[in-house]
Design a protein around this ligand. Structure first.
Ligand SMILES: Nc1ncnc2c1ncn2[C@@H]1O[C@H](COP(=O)(O)OP(=O)(O)OP(=O)(O)O)[C@@H](O)[C@H]1O
Length: 231
């Protein structure tokens, strides 16, 4: 199994947010984590990304526990992270962002990332502060890709983007999926989540309460409504 999260518990200043999360994701698989605001999706993602320190439980990558390890350990193990808010540096250029993240050799280089997302090539010498939200999101994805990950973990890539730009991000992610890259995505934009993921998990109160194929989830509007308050 590429990723296994086991009994993960995490929170802030004594308040528990994750109450024992279990999930797994196979090589080449794409999974979306859905849920209402505040159920703990970002906390789950940040625990997997090494940005939040879980109090107990495991985050296994190919069987090795990396919970409570820094993001650099995740990158070495083949996990590319695209955190909420993108975390682009205002004073580095597009090209500098990509160069400093290009560690492992492989399919993804500064050049091939710019071919996948031509806008990044056009903006090569622009600073992070000069980029639009959509360009920053593309850069955050590109920065994860040049580490040549086996798994891409994204937290709300649509956040704050205009619908047309969300569509462009969706196109990029769909193309990446077709290369066999595994994807774990938290997303409020259901259209984007459904386009990218073949399996859907739903969180409530810090636990996974539903798991099904995306097709099955979409076919059962009543259930989706009960779980998410939409549909
Ligand atoms: N850095 C933090 N410090 C303290 N509490 C936090 C922090 N981040 C999140 N929380 C709290 O943890 C709970 C879960 O938040 P989290 O962001 O994980 O949920 P979410 O499902 O991603 O929600 P949203 O969709 O609104 O981002 C919320 O009650 C939130 O207020």
């Amino acid at each position: 199994m590429l990723l296994e999260v086991k009994d993960l518990v995490a929170g802030y200043d004594g308040s528990r947010v994750l109450n024992g999360v279990n999930l797994s994701l196979d090589t080449g698989e794409s999974v979306a984590v859905l849920g209402r605001n505040g159920v703990g999706k970002t906390t789950l993602m940040e625990s997997i990304m090494g940005l939040v320190r879980p109090s107990s439980g495991q985050v296994l990558i190919n069987g090795i526990d990396l919970a409570r390890k820094p993001p650099s350990a995740l990158a070495k193990a083949g996990v590319g992270i695209v955190p909420q808010g993108r975390r682009v540096f205002a004073s580095l250029t597009v090209e500098e962002h990509l160069l400093i993240s290009a560690r492992k050799r492989g399919e993804w280089t500064v050049k091939s990332v710019m071919e996948l997302m031509p806008r990044l090539g056009e903006r090569r010498t622009n600073l992070g502060s000069q980029l639009s939200g959509g360009e920053q999101q593309m850069l955050a994805i590109g920065r994860a890709l040049v580490g040549n990950p086996k798994l891409l973990v994204l937290d709300e890539p649509s956040d704050g983007l205009a619908p047309a730009v969300v569509g462009q991000v969706g196109d990029v992610l769909t193309r990446l999926r077709s290369t066999g890259l595994a994807v774990l995505i938290v997303e409020q934009d259901l259209r984007l989540a459904f386009d990218v993921a073949e399996r859907v998990l739903v969180m409530q109160k810090g636990e996974i309460v539903h798991s099904s194929s995306t097709a099955e989830f979409r076919a059962d509007g009543k259930r989706a409504h009960a779980l998410l308050g939409v549909g």
